[in-house]
Write a protein that binds this ligand. Structure first.
Ligand code: F6R
Length: 238
């Protein structure tokens, strides 16, 4: 595992963008695994900037997102589909048909999980970008008793609902179920980039990197992967 400390959020975003850019330059038709949330926003802004400067080309890139709320249409401003369009896709030259995200409106949850797993198997992720939950979750793999191998539907924990409530009118509006890639799907990515920022992530980051590997702290599974890069700002690394 390679671990880099950046001075602040902007530095973390800059370093992370360098790594993603290098991936795109080395393999223009790469498959990127993407995360939502506040942490990757700075990274996405920098990728947009580099695209606008003519330094990056997304024509051949395909993307797969980690997760999506169950019950939200892609046009819903709180959905992760909407987040991706607004914060990255509509600003770059990626083909919409090359971007994949679980279908929050699927009526057959098991079928949707199987469809997404088949897609992940056929694409193969070159670089998976991950944020980190305060409780150590990655994607929406919440602390539990087992590492889930594949895409599944999860009930979100109180702490995650509370953390996500900032994007909704009230806590009651936060969807309580989400589709997420499993820990197994994440570990099948060839390379993983974990980014973390701020003091609220410090305890989870320490446990993930230096604690026991346990489903009680899902990010600790990253210790089992051979090619993980962690870029965190000084507050998260504290
Ligand atoms: C979102 C996701 C989540 C977030 C995590 C951190 O797609 O997979 O695991 O990465 O909840 O969220 P932020 O970055 O908002 O602190």
């Amino acid at each position: 595992m390679e671990i880099f400390t950046a001075t602040d959020y902007a530095g973390m975003s800059r370093q992370a963008a360098r790594l993603v850019s290098a991936q795109l330059l080395l393999k223009p038709d790469c498959v990127l695994g993407l995360a939502t949330g506040s942490t990757p926003l700075g990274l996405y802004s920098r990728l947009i900037e580099e695209y606008k400067n003519g330094d990056l080309d997304f024509t051949e890139v395909r993307t797969v997102n980690l997760d999506e709320y169950k019950g939200l249409a892609p046009g819903n401003p709180q959905s992760y589909g909407y987040y991706m369009r607004e914060n990255l896709f509509r600003h770059i030259n990626i083909k919409p048909e090359n971007t994949f995200i679980p279908n929050g409106l699927a009526t057959d949850a098991a079928g949707e999980c199987a469809r997404y797993d088949a897609l992940l198997d056929s694409l193969g992720i070159d670089l998976q970008i991950l944020g980190l939950g305060e409780n150590g979750h990655i994607g929406f793999n919440e602390p539990g008793e087992v590492f889930m191998p594949s895409t599944h539907l999860v009930g979100l924990t109180k702490s995650t609902l509370a953390a996500n409530a900032r994007y909704f009118a009230s806590l009651d509006d936060v969807p309580v179920y989400a589709y997420t890639m499993g820990i197994g799907s994440i570990l099948r990515a060839k390379r993983i980039l974990l980014i973390a920022s701020g003091p609220k992530k410090a305890a989870a980051l320490r446990a993930a990197l230096y604690g026991p590997v346990t489903p009680a702290l899902p990010a600790s599974a990253l210790q089992l992967h051979g090619y993980v890069t962690v870029i965190a700002d000084a507050e998260a690394m504290a």
